[in-house]
Ligand binder design. Structure first.
Ligand SMILES: Cc1ncc(COP(=O)(O)O)c(C=O)c1O
Length: 338
C-alpha cells in the first residue's frame, strides 16, 4: 500500500531505532532522564525559548497550553479549522472549561484585524473573558497552508496589547519553516507557548514538546502530571526526537516537492473539480459533482493507494518520509489513468 493518509504513519528509520536503543535513560518524573533533558533543552534553544516539556502527543501539548493560559469560562480566539477546536475531543471545554470564538479566513488563516474585532469587552460582565489567541502553522485542515511571519507578528501585537496569551499549534511548524525559509527563533520571540510535534513530518514514533518561558514550563509540568502525561524512561522516545531534529528537518523539502508532483498529476485529471494551493506536504482536492467519495477512495485502495476522505468529495494526500519518488510516480500514473 502507498499510504498517503497522513505523515503520522511513518515507521522509525533504522538509524533512528539504533539511536533509540542506545539512549541513556532515567526516571523523568524525577527529572533524571538525560535524553529527555537534552531534547527539551535542544528544542527550546532551537526556537530561542527558555524551556521545553516533552509530552506524548500534540493534543496534550495544546491542551496543557490552554490550561496554562486560561481560567474556566474564558474564551479562546482561533480559526474554525483549528485542530484544538475540531480534533481534540472537546478537550478545551472538558479540561479547561473554555469556549471558542471561531474566526473564518482563507485556508485557515486569521488576521490581526479579525482578532482585534473579536476580543470580548473586559469591562462587560456579560462577555466571556478573552484570554488566549491560538494559531496553527501549517494549518492541517487548510491543506498545509503557511502563514507569513508578518501576519503572525501583527496578531502578536494585538495579543500583547490586550493581555492575551499567544499560542501556536506547530504540529507541522518545521514544514512551514522549510517552505517559507523562516527562522525558528523568530517564532520564539513572538509566542508565549509553541507546540511542536516530532511524530508528524519528522518521522518519530511518538512525541511533542511544549516550549515557553521557565515559569510557564514549570506550571506546564504540573499540568502534564495532572493530565496523566508524566513519563518515566521515555528517553528512548526522546532519542528519536533528537535524531529527527538533527536529521529530518531539511529533507521536508523533498516531501514538499513530492506533493507538487501529485498536484501536477491531479491538474491533468478531468474528474478533479479543484485543488487547494499546495505549499507543503498536504494536497487537498475536490471530486467533480456526482462522484461518490467513498467509492472513489475504494477504487484508489484497489490500486494500492490510501487517501483520507474529508467529506463531500474533499480528499487529502499527505507526503512523508516513507514515500519514495518511485511511489509518487506510481500514484501519478494511477491518477492520470483513472
Ligand atoms: C495541527 C495539528 N495539531 C495537533 C495535532 C495532534 O497531534 P497528536 O496526534 O500527536 O495528538 C495534530 C495531529 O494530526 C495536528 O494535525
Amino acid at each position: 500500500m502507498i499510504d498517503l493518509r497522513s505523515d503520522t504513519v511513518t515507521r522509525p528509520t533504522k538509524e533512528m531505532l539504533n539511536t533509540m536503543i542506545h539512549a541513556p535513560v532515567g526516571d523523568d518524573v524525577f527529572g533524571e532522564d538525560p535524553t529527555i533533558n537534552k531534547l527539551e533543552a535542544m528544542a527550546a534553544e532551537m526556537f530561542g525559548m527558555e524551556a521545553g516539556l516533552f509530552c506524548p502527543s500534540g493534543t496534550m501539548t495544546n491542551q496543557i497550553a490552554i490550561k496554562l493560559h486560561t481560567q474556566p469560562g474564558d474564551e479562546i480566539i482561533c480559526h474554525e479549522y483549528s485542530h484544538i477546536y475540531n480534533y481534540e475531543g472537546g478537550g478545551l471545554a472538558a479540561n479547561s472549561g473554555c469556549q471558542t470564538r471561531l474566526l473564518k479566513g482563507d485556508r485557515g488563516f486569521i488576521s490581526a484585524e479579525e482578532v482585534a474585532a473579536n476580543i470580548g469587552n473586559p469591562h462587560d460582565v456579560h462577555a466571556a473573558r478573552t484570554s488566549m489567541v491560538s494559531v496553527e502553522n501549517t494549518v492541517n485542515k487548510g491543506g498545509g497552508s503557511c502563514y507569513e511571519l508578518s501576519t503572525l507578528e501583527a496578531i502578536g501585537k494585538v495579543a500583547r496589547a490586550n493581555n492575551l496569551a499567544y499560542h501556536i499549534d506547530g504540529a507541522r511548524i518545521f514544514n512551514a519553516l522549510v517552505a517559507k525559509n523562516q527562522n525558528a527563533k523568530d517564532y520564539g520571540k513572538l509566542f508565549d507557548t509553541i507546540s511542536i510535534c516530532l511524530s508528524k513530518g519528522l518521522g518519530c514514533p511518538v512525541g511533542s514538546l511544549l516550549l515557553g518561558s521557565k515559569e510557564h514550563i514549570m506550571q506546564a509540568r504540573r499540568i502534564r502530571k495532572r493530565f496523566g502525561g508524566g513519563m518515566r524512561q521515555a528517553g528512548y522516545l526522546a532519542a528519536a526526537g533528537i535524531y529527527a531534529l538533527k536529521n529530518h528537518i531539511d529533507r521536508l523539502a523533498e516531501d514538499h516537492e513530492k506533493a507538487q508532483v501529485l498536484k501536477s498529476a491531479l491538474e491533468k485529471c478531468s474528474w478533479v473539480d479543484r485543488i487547494e494551493p499546495v505549499e507543503t506536504n498536504i494536497v487537498i482536492f475536490y471530486l467533480k459533482e456526482g462522484l461518490e467519495q467513498d467509492a472513489f477512495m475504494g477504487m484508489l485502495k484497489e490500486n494500492g493507494i490510501l487517501a483520507v476522505g474529508m467529506g463531500q468529495g474533499k480528499l487529502r494526500f499527505v507526503t512523508h518520509l516513507d514515500i519514495s519518488s518511485t511511489q509518487i510516480s506510481q500514484v501519478a500514473n494511477v491518477l492520470e489513468n483513472i
